[in-house]
Every structure is written in structure tokens, then in C-alpha cells.
Design a protein around this ligand. Sequence first.
Ligand SMILES: Cc1cc2nc3c(=O)[nH]c(=O)nc-3n(C[C@H](O)[C@H](O)[C@H](O)COP(=O)(O)OP(=O)(O)OC[C@H]3O[C@@H](n4cnc5c(N)ncnc54)[C@H](O)[C@@H]3O)c2cc1C
Length: 389
Amino acid sequence: MTPSTQHLALPFFDDVHRALAAGLVDWAAAQQVDETDDRAACREWVQLLGAGGWLRYCVPAAFGGALPRLDSRALVILRETLAFYSPLADFAFAMQGLGSGAITLAGTPAQQAAYLPHVASGKKIAAFALSEADAGSDAGAMTTSAVHTDKGWAINGTKTWISNGGIADFYVTFVKTEPDLGTRGITPFIVDADTPGLDASEHIAVMAPHPLATLAFNNCVVPGESQLGALNGGFKLAMQTLDIFRASVAAAALGMARRALAEAVNYSKHRSMFGGKLADFQLTQARLGEMAALVDAGALLTYRAAWLRDEGERTGNLVRVTSEAAMAKMTATENAQRVIDMALQMHGGLGVKVGTKVESLYRDIRSLRIYEGATEVQQLIIGKALLKG
Ligand SMILES: Cc1cc2nc3c(=O)[nH]c(=O)nc-3n(C[C@H](O)[C@H](O)[C@H](O)COP(=O)(O)OP(=O)(O)OC[C@H]3O[C@@H](n4cnc5c(N)ncnc54)[C@H](O)[C@@H]3O)c2cc1C
């Protein structure tokens, strides 16, 4: 089963994106990874994606990247295509970008040289540690803190829901450096996985393959050079990083929705019933029509958000795309959930049988409506922007 490429003809894309998509589809279709153990599978995907050259799209060309800057449309094509074949492959790809994004945006030349080429080759696995048990949507409520000492910054506290936790080589960790200042008192540090005082062994099992862990920091001392960006400027940096990757979460949802739609079309053409095929019935045709429109609505918002950001970078006329990225993330993930549910329903009992593609997609899609800003948070971002005028 291969994804349709019709959307690549849209004016949002350039030839560089079309060439990328063509090579990627052939590559992704040929990969086989046993995903029974999510951590081992994720490591393997990072190696494969690195060897295939695809991780080069996670960093700029100056540090081993494929393109001069992080290109949102390339990220969208990569995530959409990888998610069509394997949501775990998409996740492994995305985390290399999200985990290193703050280094690309605000790292010193020495930090960029030390980490980004290894992210691009797959030699180092990246992670982004912002959330805590009592600070998810409300990131400013985090309590993990860093205190300046003679030996460096001493970090204490607990992060949770950290993707790649336990397999990452480094964690871009956002902590309070001014505990009373809320979002204005946060600074990120690059914490290497082998730093004494960091324990990433507490694995969190979730409904779809996804390496996740809780990180315990117990007097974990990092040198001053591991501070990323301006002191207390971490919240803005986290939001800038998420601005880039939110539209790409939408793309991952889109890839899963496209796969579910393709599965539904294929199944309905072959499933015999009442002397014909499932696809012969108008109820089926109407449902497929609804699914296709939901997919395209998510797609157009996703491509718009990615194009707007790239265009701002290209012209130097940077516009905030927070609202457009929020619309894309909200619509594409919510629509994908509906499309996958409809595809599952069309498969009847087979839809819930473990091993059927729509069954795993049904589990894979769910967390995308929660992480990197839950749907309700996206609604608030869009609504507040409207009211600000
Ligand atoms: C699979 C997975 C991977 C993740 N990976 C990472 C990672 O790599 N790094 C990281 O830092 N975090 C990660 N997270 C954490 C994720 O970002 C948080 O789960 C998310 O931000 C929501 O926070 P929460 O779970 O604390 O829920 P809460 O913030 O407690 O939200 C609970 C509910 O309240 C709603 N809500 C929020 N604000 C409002 C409001 N103002 N009014 C009404 N309702 C509201 C939310 O939409 C949600 O429905 C991951 C989570 C998952 C599930």
C-alpha cells in the first residue's frame, strides 16, 4: 500500500519537497522493524533513519543537515510519509528534531557542533524534557529546579512523560532557575544521559508502542556550558521549538489518517456481502467521502502552517504561526481520530482484531490529541489570538 502523492502538486510545495517525498516512499516501504519492544525498535529506527539520510532534515546544513534551515514542509512530508507506514518510525524521526530543536534555535556554536551532527547521523538519540506530573498544559507550574553552585548547576526534581526516556543520549531539560517567576523563570540545560544524579529507568507503558519514562534528578550537576540560550528565557524557547513541531504532529496524524482511508477503500472493495461488495453500497460511499474530506481539511491546514513558517524564514519577514500551527494540530489530530474510527468500523470485527492495521492505528493516534498541547489548549491559543485581534 502506498500513499497518494496528489497533494504534492499543490503550490505549498517546491521541487525539493517532491524529490524528497519520492525517495522517501520507496525507502519507507522497504523497511522492516520488529516493534514488539518499543525501546529496541525505536533505537533501530533511529539507526535506519540516520543511515538513510533522513535525520539530516532535523538539523541545519551547517551541522550535517540536508537543507540550510529547518524546513517545516520537509518535516511535514517526512512525518506524514513515515506515519503512513509506521507511527513508531515517525516518532523516532520526530524526537530527533524536537529533542535537538532548542539547540538548533539557541545553542552556542560549541553546543551545536557537539550535538547536531550526531543527531543527524543517528549516533545520538535526543529528548525534550518539559512536562512534570503537576505541570503539563501548565508548564509554568514546574518545580524541577537548578541552583548555581561552585561545581555548576545542580538540578533536582522529576520530569515525566518524557519520550525517548531511558534510550536518549541527552535530554534538553527545562527547569526553574527563578522559582517565583513562573514561565519567566525557566532555563533549559543539555543533560547527558550518563550524568550522575539522573535516573531515567522508570519506564511508562502506554497503549501504543512509544518509549516513555520518568526522569528523576537528584543533585544532578551539569556544567555552566550546558545552559541553553538566555538565563530564564526557556519558556519562549520551548514555545518556539513547539511552534515548528506542532504542524509536524498534524502531519503525523495526517499520515495515519491517509493510511486508514487507504485501508478502508481497499477493504470495502474486497469485502463481499449481500451479493456484492461493501463498496457497492451508498452508505459506504458516503462514509468514504466524509473521511476523504476530513483528511483533506487537516492536510490543507497543515500545509498552510508549514508553508507560512518557511515563507517567513525565506523572506526574513518572520510572522508568528502559533495560531495556524494550533489550527493544524487540532484539526488534523481530531479528524484523524474520526477517520481511523470510521475505517475500523468498516472492517467490522476484523477492525478490533490485534494485528489488523486499523486496530493499531486506533491506538497510535490517541496520544497525538494530548501531547505538544492538548486539543483544548490549541482551542485556547486560537481563541485568544482572535480576541487579541
Ligand atoms: C505519548 C506521550 C508522549 C509525551 N512526550 C513528551 C515529551 O517528550 N516531553 C514532554 O515534556 N512531555 C511529553 N508528554 C507530555 C504531554 O506534553 C502532556 O501530557 C500534555 O502537555 C498534557 O499535560 P497533562 O498530561 O499534565 O494533562 P493536563 O495538563 O492535566 O490536562 C488535562 C486536561 O485538561 C485540559 N486543559 C488544559 N488546560 C485547560 C484549560 N485552560 N481549560 C480547560 N481544560 C484544560 C487538557 O486539554 C486535558 O484535556 C507526552 C505525553 C504523552 C501522552
